[in-house]
Ligand binder design. Structure first.
Ligand code: NCD
Ligand code: ZN
Ligand code: ZN
Length: 450
């Protein structure tokens, strides 16, 4: 590290972690100093101020920023049998994720301030990592203002919301509040028709929800964004057709885009093998789509990678009747090791981790995902010396299954720090339930919470 990059020394620090530190896509031999929940100093260990605790990471260990997942479903409320804020955030910790942005499709859905407060009531008592909430499209645009005043990281648009009368008003309000509008882009009309057209089998899932439906919805949302001016984010793109439309939306309205880790690694052959376990919306696509998604990743056009951690009960997922099986599966524990495995195989550069840390943090307007003075001291020590095989049954999520079953991955999360406090040591949780804290978007042009 160059001395000029070294920050001025505070008198003393709570904690220093030294080793191979990930800073903006590369590794440097340095030490990170933590004081009062924040990263307070970065420099050479030999020049470090006094610290109460010093951790020297081993040769094979990387010191990474806490990962940021901008698309998860923590369930709870009336679906705590699928996942709750404790098991969901434990799963996050095990995956080196220190901030999760939670979707509003709860039971009941978070489309008003009362439900949002009910979510906070539960999360504030049980979360182990930090978090933020999206609002569902409310029935009146005024409600979005009330929710934003409480604190949000964005608005979430589902396919069926595209048919609602209130949508335009709500999007105008999102623009006024500076809220990110995150869209699940599939066309509801085409979904309805294709659902009638195609047989109801697991193997037909991708025909019943065709890639063209993604492209259609993306074009419609981009048009709305060009007219209204809200910040559009297109989440979990799954197909070549979606990517093509999304790249145009990027150019036209500055939309940001993400894909989920499964669309980068799994194709429809996984559905043949895992049936309902691999049922997800949008569906897993063809090998060609996966290859294109990987090319998009390498070429730097993606703004984020997400898990779309979507836990359901195992008995629901293994039902034989296609219609009965809910879409989605958990992913929080696997995304970082899966990405690290791609890095270890030299298929992608280490800097792809930006898409699961600083880049989504920036989109959401939270001080996370970067090893930088002033950022939250969220750090992950990941041991690259360990290879392990994915076993759904071993996961911390209540949903103990995964279409990645049997994958061999590189890298084990050993220690996790959230705001300077060690929250995980191997299998042991070191913070109390409710340690996690709620954040909301803060940036020049976005609404400030309380
Ligand atoms: C999600 C869920 O289960 O909440 N399911 C899914 O297949 N992705 C909903 C969603 O993200 O669309
Ligand atoms: Zn979705
Ligand atoms: Zn989702």
């Amino acid at each position: 590290m160059h001395p000029e990059r070294e920050s001025p020394s505070p008198h003393s620090l709570d904690l220093i972690i030294s080793g191979k530190i990930y800073v903006e896509g590369s590794l440097i031999d340095a030490a990170v100093g933590i004081e009062d929940e924040k990263i307070a100093w970065i420099g050479k260990l030999s020049r470090a101020p006094f610290a109460e605790r010093v951790i020297q990471a081993s040769e094979k260990t990387l010191v990474l920023p806490g990962m940021v997942d901008m698309h998860v479903h923590m369930r709870d409320l009336n679906e705590s049998d699928k996942e709750d804020w404790y098991t969901g955030t434990l799963s996050a910790l095990a995956g080196g994720v220190t901030f999760v942005a939670d979707m509003p499709n709860n039971q009941p859905p978070a489309r008003n301030l009362e439900i949002l407060k009910a979510k906070e009531e539960v999360a504030s008592k049980r979360a182990l990592v930090d978090y933020g909430f999206y609002a569902g499209v409310p029935f009146q645009s005024r409600e979005l203002e009330r929710m934003a005043a409480f604190g949000l990281v964005g608005l979430k648009i589902y396919p069926e919301d595209q048919l609602r009368e209130e949508l335009v008003d709500v999007l105008r309000e999102a623009k006024r509040l500076g809220l990110l509008a995150v869209a699940h882009a599939e066309d509801p009309l085409l979904l309805n028709l294709a659902g009638r057209l195609e047989s109801n089998s697991f193997e037909s899932h991708s025909l019943r929800r065709p890639a063209e439906g993604e492209a259609l919805a993306i074009r419609r949302l981009a048009l709305l964004s060009s007219r209204i001016g809200f910040r559009l984010h297109l989440t979990h793109l799954s197909s070549a057709a979606a990517l093509r439309a999304a790249l145009k939306a990027k150019l036209k309205v500055g939309a940001s885009i993400d894909t989920a880790i499964h669309y980068l690694l799994l194709d429809s052959s996984t559905v043949e093998k895992f049936k309902g376990i691999a049922k997800v919306n949008p569906p897993l696509r063809k090998e060609r789509d996966v290859r294109l998604m990987q090319r998009a990743l390498k070429s730097g056009v993606l703004d984020a990678i997400v898990t779309d951690h979507a836990p359901h009960k195992l008995e629901e997922k293994i039902a034989e009747n296609y219609d009965r099986v809910p879409a989605g599966f958990p992913g929080l524990e696997l995304c970082l090791p899966l990405l690290m495995t791609l890095v270890a195989r030299c298929e992608v550069p280490l800097s792809v981790l930006e898409l699961y840390s600083s880049s989504p943090a920036k989109l959401l307007g939270v001080p996370k995902g970067r090893i930088k003075v002033g950022s939250d001291a969220d750090l992950v020590l990941m041991d690259l010396g360990e290879r392990w095989r994915v076993r759904g049954g071993d996961m911390k999520s209540k949903a103990k299954y995964t279409p990645f079953e049997g994958f061999e991955v590189v890298g084990k999360v050993r220690k996790v720090f959230v705001r300077g406090v060690q929250a995980l040591e191997d299998e042991d949780v070191l913070v109390n339930e409710g340690y996690g804290r709620r954040y909301w978007s803060r940036s020049e042009n976005s609404f400030f919470g309380p």
